[in-house]
Write a protein that binds this ligand. Structure first.
Ligand SMILES: Cc1cc2nc3c(=O)[nH]c(=O)nc-3n(C[C@H](O)[C@H](O)[C@H](O)COP(=O)(O)OP(=O)(O)OC[C@H]3O[C@@H](n4cnc5c(N)ncnc54)[C@H](O)[C@@H]3O)c2cc1C
Length: 492
């Protein structure tokens, strides 16, 4: 039998259940489809593509090493699959079961209907604990407990042209400078996992809330997990092996906290799998009445990191330059957009997604809604941007680095320069006045969101998945002041 193995968000040969299944069925054609319509969506970007393209280069080498190099084709997925199936007498397609955005959800439904009508079997193989269809509550952990799969030997279909991996320009993606972007490919992912579990990760629990320390102390595995250059199972098992070594000091707390986040990943993806409308509609229908229009000037200020709220602007500029932000800072920038600036979460959520190299719809959209008070499931968390700055950047090193305009503002006023007697020399000249009065904006937002939260929600009581996601989002314990004066932006 000739089998097409369709790679999506699973760009690796190691520990790949769908690839192992395909290899055992017959001669294989490994394929990645670059879909121009996907890359034209508002939640996609050149930086995401750059990371994915590096993963594809690397996957091509990995697959060539086991017998069948990767084919890359550009086009609409059904047309590409149809052509290849006809040309190469393919009767079975194997892929992983993808939990993606609304585009991939609709595309997969079309492909399923076409395959069914064409007599082609399409196996969608899970690559995690996420289950399709009516989901189990509190799933056990059978998937991550099973042994990892070695890359299988492949029997390649003959006479296939590999095809070029297109550039961002060829895909007409807007230019997107991201000077400190992480790089794709399995070797980078494996090195990060190793350095996190043996060197960088010890202060994880204490250091993951401040962008100043999180950059090194967090695993930074997210773009690798989002593109599948590492499997969640191998990360989970490596973490378990590290725990079994019983490292001392800060390690036990760090490992336990990291494991909570890994578990939350599947819980988050499951929530989008079960409720695809998370991406497009407020989970609590009454929340649709809250923010009907987004103020264009506020949106533009937020997008540029020019809100006049120093910590928020520093986070947004850091994100633009790196493609990454720690969890707490992501929550703070979205909460500021949704509450203080009263912007529609769909617009800011897509803009935030575009800036992330690790965009993972299943984590992203439920979090964007949770941080915007539109779920009716959680008490609104309205972070005060000044307090966040003081708590998460107590020395001001992070804010000063990303906002050089504030170099001569004294430390005591750095997070609220409008309170400084010399503010006139900076505000409205080199750096904007705050675009909202945060006290008033916060009060009005809280009242509006509490009004809708009191309306009965048609959904059942808080699903346990929300508890798991929130546990992973819980505040880190108070920590001592970070020692780093500046960020290095280099990871070992
Ligand atoms: C508004 C908002 C949007 C977000 N969008 C994304 C996104 O598009 N892609 C993404 O990967 N993460 C997203 N997150 C979750 C989190 O911020 C990132 O996973 C994390 O910062 C990535 O860095 P890391 O790999 O060093 O994380 P670590 O802290 O080292 O965690 C390891 C892994 O656990 C998973 N994880 C971490 N936190 C969570 C969580 N709260 N829920 C579910 N899984 C989690 C991720 O896969 C992460 O790579 C978002 C959070 C918020 C508040």
């Amino acid at each position: 039998m000739n089998v097409l193995i369709w790679f999506k968000r699973d760009l690796r040969a190691h520990d790949h259940p769908a690839l192992t299944l395909a290899a055992g069925l017959g001669a294989v054609l490994p394929l990645y489809i670059v879909e121009p319509d996907y890359w034209a969506l508002p939640d996609t970007s050149a930086r995401q593509w750059a990371f994915t393209a590096e993963c594809l280069e690397d996957l091509r080498t990995q697959l060539a090493g086991i017998g069948a190099p990767l084919l890359v084709r550009v086009g609409e997925a059904q047309a590409v699959l149809q052509r290849l199936c006809q040309q190469h007498n393919i009767t079975r397609i194997v892929s992983h079961q993808e939990t993606g955005n609304a585009f991939s959800y609709a595309r997969d439904r079309r492909i399923a209907a076409w395959a069914n009508a064409s007599g082609i079997m399409w196996d969608e193989v899970p690559q995690s604990n996420v289950v399709r269809g009516p989901s189990r509550r509190n799933p056990p952990d059978p998937f991550n407990a099973a042994p990892q799969l070695d890359p299988p030997a492949l029997n390649a279909l003959p006479g296939l042209a590999p095809g070029l991996i297109p550039t961002a320009r060829a895909l007409r993606l807007s230019e997107d400078k991201c000077a400190h972007r992480q790089h794709g490919g399995r070797a980078q992912g494996v090195a990060l996992l190793q350095s996190f579990l043996t060197q960088r990760g010890a202060p994880y629990r204490l250091a993951n809330a401040s962008p100043l320390t999180a950059e090194r102390a967090c695993s930074r595995l997210s773009p690798h997990l989002a593109n599948g250059s590492l499997s969640l199972r191998e990360v989970t098992q490596a973490t378990q092996s590290r725990a079994a070594e019983h490292p001392g000091g800060l390690w036990p707390g760090a490992i336990a906290s990291f494991q909570t986040r890994l578990t939350a990943r599947d819980a988050a993806l499951q929530s989008l799998e079960d409720t695809p409308s998370y991406e497009t509609r407020c989970l609590h229908p009454a929340a649709e009445l809250l923010r009907r229009n987004s103020d264009a000037a506020r949106l533009s200020a937020w997008a540029q990191g020019e809100t006049g709220l120093p910590f928020i602007d520093a986070c947004l500029r850091y994100l633009a330059a790196t493609g990454w932000l720690n969890f707490r800072a992501r929550a703070a920038v979205i909460a500021c957009a949704s509450y203080h600036l009263w912007l529609d979460w769909r617009v800011t959520g897509a803009l935030l997604a575009r800036r992330l190299t690790d965009y993972e719809p299943g984590i992203h959209w439920p979090q964007v809604q949770l941080q915007s008070g539109t779920t009716g499931l959680n008490t609104p968390r309205i972070y005060n941007p000044v307090k966040q700055g003081l708590d998460q950047d107590p020395t001001g090193a992070f804010t000063r680095r990303w906002l050089p305009e504030l170099s001569n503002v004294p430390d005591a006023y750095l997070q609220a320069p409008w309170r400084w007697s010399g503010a006139g020399s900076v505000l409205g000249r080199r750096y904007p006045e705050p675009i909202v009065d945060i006290t008033t904006a916060q009060r009005e937002a809280r009242e509006a969101v509490c009004r809708i939260s009191r309306k009965p929600t048609p959904r059942p009581a808080r699903p346990e998945r929300v508890e798991m996601i929130e546990r992973a989002s819980a505040h880190a314990p108070k920590r001592s002041q970070p020692k780093h004066g500046q960020l290095s932006l280099d990871l070992p």
